[in-house]
Design a protein around this ligand. Sequence first.
Ligand SMILES: Nc1nc2c(ncn2[C@@H]2O[C@H](COP(=O)(O)OP(=O)(O)OP(=O)(O)O)[C@@H](O)[C@H]2O)c(=O)[nH]1
Ligand SMILES: [Mg+2]
Length: 318
Amino acid sequence: MPEIKDILLGSQIAGARMIRLIEDNDPVAFEMLKRLYPHAGNAFIIGITGSPGVGKSTLIDALITQFRTLDMKVAVIAVDPTSPFSGGAILGDRLRMQRHAADKKVFIRSMASRGQKGGLSRATKDAVVVLDAMGYEIIIIETVGAGQAEFDIASLAHSIGIVTIPGTGDGIQAIKAGILETGDIFIVNKSDKPDADASCHQLDMMIDMRKPSETNWTARVLKTIAQNQTGVKELADVFLSHFDFMKKNNLIDLKKKEMEKSYFNSLLKDLTLEKLLLFMKESEDCKKAEKKISAGVIDPLSAAELVVNKICVFESND
Ligand SMILES: Nc1nc2c(ncn2[C@@H]2O[C@H](COP(=O)(O)OP(=O)(O)OP(=O)(O)O)[C@@H](O)[C@H]2O)c(=O)[nH]1
Ligand SMILES: [Mg+2]
C-alpha cells in the first residue's frame, strides 16, 4: 500500500500505486483521498482535447519541454487514450516519453475507462487530487473530445486547449459539434500542412461569433508544429498567462467552487449507486427474484422492474 507521507513527498512510485488503487476502485483509495484532498488545490490544470490523431500527445510532449525549462513540475494524465503517447498502453507511454523518462519532475499516466466502476470523470479527478497533492505545478489532462459524453473536461481543468489540424476536415468539424464554447485556447497543430492560416482565420471568426464569456478572457488561436517545437513556447506562455489572468481576476476561486460541486455530484452518484446496489442485492426480494428467474417463472426485465419498484419507494420530507 502506498503511504500518504510518500505521496506528499512526491514519490512517483507511491503516486503510481495510489492511481492504481483508484482505477481498481479500492475502498482504501477513498480513505486516502480524503486525507490527500486538503493538500491539493495548488496546481494549474490544463485540459487538452481534440479528435484522434491531431497530435495532442506530441504537443503535450513538447509542452512538457517548455514547462521544464521554467523548472516547473509537470504531470500528465491521458484519459482513455486511443493511442496513448503512441501505440499500446503503458509501454507506449514509456516509448514516447523516453526523453522525459529520467526526469524526476515529470510524471505521465494513462487511464482507461474500461473496467471503470465509477465514472471516468470521477476517477480522473481522483487522480488529479493525487498529483496535485504530490506537488505537481502543472497537470495536463489529454482527452479525445468527441464520443466521451460523460467526460466533462470543463469541470476538471482551469484552462482548456482545443487542438485541430489545418483544413476543413476532422478538426474544425469536431469543434462545431459543440466544444467551441468551452475552449480558452485553440491550437492549429500540424501547421506544416497547407491551409493552416485559413484554419486560424476560420477559428477566429467562430470565436468572434460565440457569446461573450463571463470571464472576459479573449480566446486565443495559435499555430503549432508539435514535432519540432514550432509555436510551442508561445503556447506554453499563453497557458501561463491564462493562469495569471484567472488569479488576478479571482477566477481561480470561482472555478474551484465549480470543480468541487461537480466532484461532489459525481461522488454522490457513484456512492449512492454502490450503496443502493449492495442493499438491493442483499434484500429478500432480490434473492427471490433471482430464484424465480432461474426457475423460469419470470423474465429478467420484469423481475428487475418489480424489485426496483418495491424497494425504491422514497418519500419526500417536504
Ligand atoms: N506533420 C505533422 N505531424 C504531426 C504533428 N504533430 C503530431 N504529428 C503526428 O501525428 C500523429 C498523431 O500524433 P499523436 O500525438 O499521437 O496524436 P493524438 O492526438 O495524441 O492521438 P490520439 O491520442 O490517438 O487521439 C503522429 O504520427 C505524430 O507524429 C505536426 O505538427 N505535424
Ligand atoms: Mg494521444
